[in-house]
Design a protein around this ligand. Structure first.
Ligand SMILES: [Ca+2]
Length: 183
């Protein structure tokens, strides 16, 4: 139920003299009766404010390095020099954001180091902050092979070009691109 909108009572002469004011008042009244949604900056909802060269992806601040390759440790050192570390993929949002960004930038044929390793604790995969890595689908490749499958010979994880960017374990000294996440 709308309350009646008070229209200013104006004589013809007053209305003529104050037509501009009247129009403005009526316009204001119309908008007050049928308010438009306040504009909201939804385009950045949930997005992090990132310091260059990090960019917001999946609600975090990431660098998807697709020019330089390195070993797992080498790419980790690069991330640390940029006040970050290799990315931790612990939500669907961050995984989906990375996959979409890589696809949209034409880099889906690249493989990227992430911050998961079982070096020194075979079979117990952890992120660089020590928290456990979720195993199985959807993070790890589970279709054409069941990753990780490299045993003590393969102790570092990458988003693999040959498995649609699902994780696979590979030798830590192989050369790949990498994904950094800001601290
Ligand atoms: Ca291993």
């Amino acid at each position: 139920m709308h309350l009646p909108c008070p229209i200013p009572a104006l004589s013809f002469r007053e209305a003529k003299m104050k037509s501009v004011i009247g129009v403005l008042l009526i316009a204001a009244c119309v908008f007050s009766k049928d308010p438009q949604p306040r504009s909201q900056d939804v385009s950045h909802k949930g997005a992090a404010a990132c310091n260059s060269p990090y960019i917001p992806i999946g609600g975090r601040c990431l660098i998807i390095e697709s020019v330089r390759k390195g070993t797992w440790s080498g790419m980790r050192e690069m991330c640390q020099m940029l006040n970050g570390d290799l990315v931790k993929i612990n939500t669907m949002e961050i995984m989906g954001g990375i996959v979409e960004h890589i696809r949209d930038n034409g880099n889906k044929d690249h493989s990227f180091w992430v911050g998961a390793s079982d070096a020194g604790h075979e079979g117990s995969w952890t992120w660089t902050d020590g928290t456990p890595v979720a195993m199985g689908a959807p993070l790890w490749e589970q279709c054409t092979s069941r990753q990780p499958d490299g045993g003590s010979d393969q102790n570092c994880a990458m988003m693999s070009a040959w498995s649609c960017l699902h994780l696979t374990d590979v030798k830590c000294d192989s050369l790949n691109f990498g994904i950094c996440e800001a601290h």
